[in-house]
Each structure stands twice: as structure tokens, then as C-alpha cells.
Ligand binder design. Structure first.
Ligand code: 7TS
Length: 413
């Protein structure tokens, strides 16, 4: 292999200037935004794409022959092409626009899994999951008499995979796992998990909501069958996300919702479905959202996901060391491979009190169970405080968090 020169490191000050929202004060202090796992901020390139669409091209897609509809359709479908390329999908037919990760997983639960489930069948889900990768499986299990089983975790926040082969058998109809845990930041070893599922012929859904903002994702290299993600967590608009799935699986699945745009013909004697991916896009879609997400992908490609990953890796190490220096602070989630998330407790101070006091210092973090109650239950804690990073965060943001935590301790001691 020929050695290529490493690209220049990411210049956080420069990219930060792309995010107008970050340049504000809250409670009279400069905003330090460390709640990126909940949602991310949007660069002006994305805001401008949304604005331009509504100002000049707004029309419904796939319908009119008029100029505006043609432009809107071209922009919407062009976004699909670029997003499909971003995750290395084999074809644009494999990329379905949905509202977000939650909707993508519900679509797979109802359209793919429900017709395949018999009483006594099993769905295997990791214990580290966000509720959106648990509850849709519980619903479909209830509807069919199937059972949800779990891949256990350990106290470091890693999945325990020794027993995985034993959990996979002929009654297992799907394995669902997150790429990156939102509560603890664990990057799961998808290679090992997907290889095990393959040995047993079990299809795999990956919840990629917390991976796409932080690393390059190649769905074909991963070898999974479904990959779900949300635009708003990767610097794009809310209300738009994607389900990627293998074309052969999508072909075999019935539509999930019925309505306009998803049909080839409608007769009272029976209707025929549109080709992929439109079969799964009933009704007027989130046209602006898709176009905005296309602009987001252009923006991320321009910076380079590998540069983002390298920068954040270093920032996470810096933040981990910095938080370890705060007296009485316990990091929750110390997996060997992590991305972007620092969950912690501080002595016996309630996480909501931590959140409120650091907010007064201008620092935005999330506190609570992070929609991962089984993780908290396993660890025997009701909640954590969570700082979550993006590539526009800097060491100065971490230093501000550490100062704000010192303030929390002052208030409580
Ligand atoms: N999966 C993971 C891993 C998530 O982190 C989230 C949202 C979802 C699914 C749901 O995504 P949605 O866009 O469909 O809502 N996670 C969080 C969080 O960590 N804090 O607020 C939302």
C-alpha cells in the first residue's frame, strides 16, 4: 500500500464558525453546548439549503410537470443519491426516507419482522439499547407471541459476547444492536456480533443514530441488513432520517403505510406498489428535511469523517482525563472503545441538580436515564449527567465543564 500523507487535522475554531447558534450567551455566559447526543446544531450551509429550497423551489415531489416540482424532485432525489453514497449503499433503491431512527426501527419491526414471527420466536436485543431499539420489538413480540431476549452487558458498559452463539438459534428472527451507545458511548464490536448472527442466518438491524455524527460508516462493509439513523443527530434537520436495507429484503417486505406516492396503481380490486424505495414513502415526504440532510452530508464529506473521528478521539481522551481529575466524580461507561459520550455521577449529588447548576454557568448537558432505563437499572443508578461531544467542541468547552462542576461541588459542600 502506498502511504498517503495524512490530511491536515480538523481546525475546530474554523468549523465552529459555521454554526451560528454556538455564538451566543446563556445566563450571561458563553454557551458551551455538550448535549450533542440529544441533538446536534446545524451549520449555515444546511440552514441556507433549507432557506433556498423554501424561497425558490418549494413544490410537491414526483407529481407536477411544472418547473418548480421538477426542481424540488431533483433536489429531493439528489439528496437521496448523496446520502446513499455517504454510507456506501449499493443503490439508491436501498435508502428510504423516514422521520428518524425511531420510525426506521418501527418500520422494520412491523413490515419485515411481524409477518415472520410465530409464537415462541425470539428477537435478540442488546441490553445497551436506547428505548427506540427496544420498545418496537416488544410491541411486535406482543402482537405475535414472540419473546425479546437480551445480550448482557458488564459494568464497564461493554456487551458480554461469550454467550452470543448460545443466544442465536433457529428461533431467533432478528438481532438488533446499536452501533454506539447513547447513554455510555460504547462502540459495539459490530464485526464480531454481525459475524455471529451470519453464522446462524439471523438478520441484523443496527441503530446508527449515535455513530454517523462521529465516524465513517460503510453499510456494505459492516455486513448488516438494516441500518437506521436520524438527520438531527448528524447536524441535519429534525423530522428526517433514513432506513438503509438490503434491496432483496425491501423487495420482499410489504408496504408499512399506505397512501399517495407509494403505489403504481389503485383499484378497488387491488392495488400495486411503487418500485423501491417509494413503496415505503407514503404521502408527501419531508422534502425540505431530505434536501437539508443532503446538504449536511455534503458538508461532512467536505470536512472528512476520518478527520472528525480523529479529532473527537483526541478530545474524548482529553475530556476523560479532565473529568477523572474532578473529586468524587465517577465516570459511568468505561468501555475500551468509546465515542463522544461522558456519562458520570458526582458524589451523591442528584444529576438533575448538576444539570441545573452547570446550565447557570452556560454549559448544556443532559441528565436522566437517557432513554436507556435497562442500562441504568443494570448499573443500579437512577440517572447520570451526560456530556456528549461533537467536532465543533473544543478543549475550552471541556475546561468550562470542569469549572462548572467545581461550582456544583461548591454549592453542595
Ligand atoms: N437510537 C439511539 C442510539 C439514540 O441515541 C436515539 C436518541 C434514538 C435511537 C432515537 O432517535 P430519534 O431521532 O428517532 O428520536 N437519543 C437521544 C439521547 O441520547 N438524548 O436524547 C435523545
Amino acid at each position: 500500500m502506498s502511504a498517503r500523507p495524512a490530511p491536515p487535522a480538523l481546525d475546530a475554531a474554523r468549523v465552529r464558525a459555521d454554526f451560528p447558534l454556538l455564538a451566543q450567551s446563556v445566563h450571561g455566559k458563553p454557551l458551551v453546548y455538550l448535549d450533542n447526543a440529544a441533538t446536534t446544531q446545524k451549520p449555515r450551509q444546511v440552514l441556507e439549503a433549507l432557506d433556498a429550497y423554501y424561497r425558490t423551489d418549494n413544490a410537491n415531489v414526483h407529481r407536477g410537470v411544472h418547473q418548480l416540482s421538477e426542481r424540488a424532485t431533483a433536489a429531493y432525489e439528489g439528496a437521496r443519491d448523496r446520502i446513499a453514497g455517504f454510507i456506501n449503499a449499493a443503490s439508491r433503491r436501498e435508502l428510504v426516507f423516514v422521520r428518524g431512527t425511531t420510525e426506521a426501527i418501527n418500520l422494520v419491526a412491523q413490515s419485515f419482522l411481524r409477518p415472520r414471527l410465530q409464537p415462541g420466536d425470539e428477537i435478540l436485543v442488546s441490553q445497551l439499547e436506547h428505548h427506540s431499539n427496544i420498545v418496537p420489538w416488544q410491541l411486535v413480540a406482543e402482537q405475535t407471541g414472540a419473546t425479546v431476549r437480551t445480550i448482557p452487558m458488564n459494568r464497564e458498559g461493554e456487551l458480554v459476547l461469550d454467550a452470543l452463539d448460545g443466544l442465536l438459534h433457529e428461533r431467533t428472527k432478528l438481532l438488533a444492536v446499536g452501533h454506539v451507545s447513547n447513554a455510555l458511548g460504547t462502540v459495539n464490536p459490530l464485526d464480531t456480533i454481525i459475524a455471529a448472527a451470519r453464522r446462524h442466518g439471523v438478520p441484523v438491524l443496527v441503530d446508527g443514530a449515535q455513530a454517523l455524527p462521529h465516524m465513517a460508516v460503510d453499510v456494505r462493509a459492516l455486513g448488516c441488513d438494516f441500518y437506521a439513523f436520524s438527520g438531527h443527530k448528524m447536524f441535519g434537520p429534525t423530522g428526517i432520517g433514513c432506513l438503509w436495507a438490503r434491496e432483496s429484503l425491501l423487495e420482499a417486505m410489504p408496504p408499512w403505510q399506505g397512501g399517495g406516492d407509494m403505489i403504481r396503481s389503485v383499484r378497488f380490486t387491488g392495488s400495486e406498489w411503487a418500485e423501491l424505495p417509494y413503496k415505503f414513502e407514503a404521502g408527501t415526504p419531508n422534502i425540505a428535511g431530505a434536501i437539508g440532510l443532503g446538504a449536511t452530508v455534503d458538508y461532512l464529506v467536505d470536512i472528512g469523517m476520518d478527520r472528525i473521528a480523529a479529532y473527537e478521539h483526541e478530545l474524548l481522551a482529553y475530556a476523560t482525563d479532565a473529568l477523572r481529575g474532578v473529586p468524587e466524580l465517577t465516570l459511568v461507561g468505561t468501555a475500551r472503545t468509546k465515542a463522544a459520550v461522558l456519562s458520570f455521577t458526582l458524589g451523591s449529588i442528584h444529576p438533575h441538580d448538576i444539570g441545573t447548576i452547570v446550565d447557570a454557568e452556560g454549559v448544556a448537558i443532559r441528565t436522566g436515564h437517557h432513554c436507556a432505563m435497562p442500562v441504568m437499572e443494570f448499573l443500579g443508578i437512577p440517572a447520570t449527567a451526560r456530556a456528549s461531544l461533537a467536532f465543533y467542541n473544543t478543549r475550552a468547552d471541556i475546561d468550562a465543564l470542569v469549572r462548572a462542576l467545581a461550582r456544583v461541588r461548591e454549592v453542595f459542600h
